[in-house]
Design a protein around this ligand. Structure first.
Ligand SMILES: [Zn+2]
Ligand SMILES: [Zn+2]
Length: 616
């Protein structure tokens, strides 16, 4: 720096300007704006400075890292991150691995004090390989933190020695991380694994047992990468201390419970999208936990009643369940008799099927929502309500109430196992109680996860129950529209042209009367679509007989909206059925379903039109 050496940079600048001026070399001085880097801590202006650094020639490492992802040895979920990863790897630059910090792996490079030659070695050298000089100084730079952490998958397993741990645990199955370090960390682990572990073979027995026999390359550090969502605030803003929008999980847990918090995160974890954390959702899931707790109390009360009557006890369930463990991975010890039994058993196995598929493909939000809908909607709101009369020994025979009690416990136990991964604490608590503190495994976490048992599935029971539910919900809605007082029972008329359907409703008369608060059901021989206070579905018409006149204008509005909705669905169906590409790709039963629905919609439309004309 010559005559400016040792000067403060700002002083030096002034001096230079002055010197240029003195020599007549300065044309003019002018203000302009530039981007200025500043120290985050003290605000001092940062100046760029050229220096010597260590670099890694990245091409050969990147090529292998591209190869293993392209040929499917490693899969990245969701898929769009696979493309992002590959784009990065294709456009990668040589990697500067030296850092001027105190902490870190020191770079194994030494400089000779005599000839200034540089040498890199595994062991600390004693003399210069070039001139033989004995004064050697190790470089003070340390490795980039991503270099060190990129080595983690095998350094933790004893590398560079060959160890049994490597045979067993390398490669691991799944790496879960957020997208910001896909390039920094995940990519480096893949590069280093492919390089340093080249030729490694995992124990073939373990490899097969984990289901990876189709993979050829065992040098990769893991088989799958799952990129999880980031949690943002309810307005989708990234949380930051300066913005003051940080949600403290401990606080949420204290207010809503650990299970509700965990469930919220799972239910919102749609792959590829971030989570906009909202307390309202968590509040809703706390209610869900309460619902389960209340259902459990109801179950234990019923069990107590049976126990006091000396007809059945949990001991018998525990025996049946331990036998059932071998017989089925579905619901153990369930004896399906009535329609609601066959229906709930079938539904449970159907839900289990979808939940397992969702978990396998890391669609945690789908799994959580499926379990939620089943547990709350079908199990608590429908099944428990439907079995109540059969549970009390006075109204049914003792054998019947025993069966109902047993089924309730069986199904509850299986549903707890299904729910456990997303609500671990409440499920453990109830499960332990079901086994009276002496469970077959130490924890529900060790119990087998429910699997679909095809033998427990019965589509017919599901179709039949759907009709009954439709009927009950229709009557409930009509009652609300007609403003029938909650307590008063009303008679209904039903038109069902299929004899089987009529028989189905006849057989489940009690359930309909109880759940829809109906006084009695009268079957009629002609359509009820024209009646005020009636509802039409493709398979039945139902009319709530209630004296109060209905609001014709409101009813007309409702029917108009209904008609619009039907028209829209008809158009959509036509579009699908007219689309050759769709027809050639869609599964046969899906196409068949759309055709059937199209026919139903025609019936619905004409019924709704009739009703509307009647009101005019
Ligand atoms: Zn500073
Ligand atoms: Zn030397």
């Amino acid at each position: 720096a010559g005559r400016y050496a040792g000067l403060d940079r700002f002083k030096a600048r002034e001096r230079i300007v002055k010197d240029l001026e003195a020599q007549g070399l300065l044309v003019r001085a002018k203000d302009y704006t530039i981007a200025l880097g500043k120290c985050v801590r003290c605000g001092t202006i940062v100046e760029p400075r050229l220096s010597t650094q260590w670099f890694i020639k990245i091409k050969p490492l990147a090529e292998r890292a591209i190869e293993v992802v392209e040929n499917g040895e490693i899969t990245i979920v969701p898929e769009n991150y696979q493309q992002i990863y590959l784009n990065w790897m294709h456009n990668i630059h040589d990697w500067c691995i030296s850092r001027q910090l105190w902490w870190g792996h020191r770079i194994p490079a030494w400089r000779c004090a005599d000839c200034k030659d540089m040498m890199v070695a595994r062991e600390t050298p004693t003399k210069c390989t070039h001139c033989g000089g004995a004064v050697l100084e190790q470089d003070t730079d340390v490795l980039d933190t991503w270099f060190s952490s990129g080595l983690l998958p095998f350094t933790t397993l004893g590398w560079p020695e060959k160890t049994r741990d490597q045979d067993v645990f390398y490669p691991t199955t799944l790496l879960i991380t957020a997208y910001e370090i896909l390039f920094f960390w995940v990519a480096r682990m893949i590069m280093f694994g492919c390089h340093f572990m080249q030729g490694h073979r995992q124990d073939p027995k373990l490899k097969q047992a984990s289901g990876w026999s189709d993979k050829k390359d065992d040098s990769v550090p893991f088989r799958q990468v799952y990129i999880h969502a980031l949690v943002r605030d309810a307005e989708r803003q990234k949380m930051s201390k300066t913005k003051g929008n940080v949600v403290d999980p401990i606080n949420i847990i204290e207010r809503f419970g650990t299970d509700a918090t965990r469930f919220t995160l799972a239910a919102m974890a749609a792959p590829g999208t971030d989570i906009a954390f909202s307390e309202d959702r968590t509040k809703g899931y706390r209610n869900f936990a309460n619902k389960i707790w209340n259902a459990a109390r109801f179950m234990f009360m019923s069990v107590d009643t049976a126990q006091q009557a000396g007809v059945w006890s949990l001991e018998e369930f525990r025996e049946a369940a331990s036998e059932g463990t071998r017989a089925t991975q579905g619901v153990r010890g369930f004896e399906a008799g009535s329609l609601e039994d066959r229906w709930i058993l079938s539904r449970f196995n159907g839900v289990v099927n979808y939940v397992n598929q969702a978990l396998e493909t890391y669609r945690f939000h789908e799994a959580a929502n499926l379990i939620y809908d089943f547990f709350w909607g079908e199990f608590c709101d429908w099944y428990i309500e439907l079995i109540k009369p059969r549970l009390t020994p006075q109204s049914g025979t003792a054998t019947e109430s025993v069966r109902v009690c047993k089924n309730l416990v069986s199904l509850f136990e299986a549903a707890l196992r299904l729910l456990h991964p997303v609500m671990p604490f409440i499920t453990e608590e109830i499960w332990q109680a079901v086994y009276d503190g002496k469970p077959p495994q130490k924890s529900i976490a060790l119990a087998v996860y429910p699997q679909t048992d095809e033998k427990q599935m019965e589509p017919r029971a599901e179709t039949e129950m759907a009709v009954l539910q439709d009927l009950i919900v229709s009557v409930r809605n009509l009652r609300a529209e007609l403003k029938v007082e909650t307590k008063s029972k009303v008679p209904i008329q039903v038109f069902a042209h299929e004899p089987e359907l009529r028989m189905l409703i006849e057989q489940n008369r009690g359930a309909v009367e109880r759940l829809a608060n109906v006084e009695n059901i009268r079957f009629v021989e002609s359509s009820l679509a024209k009646e005020a206070g009636a509802r039409s579905t493709p398979r039945f018409d139902v009319h709530v007989v209630y004296e109060k006149t209905i609001d014709a204008a409101a009813e007309r509005e409702r029917l108009k909206k209904e008609l619009e909705r039907i028209e829209k669905e008809i158009t959509n169906g036509r579009r699908q059925l007219g689309n050759e590409q769709f027809l050639s790709k869609a599964p046969a039963q899906v196409v068949e379903g759309i055709r059937r629905r199209a026919q139903e919609l025609q019936i619905l439309r004409s019924k709704t039109e009739t009703a509307l004309n009647e009101l005019r």
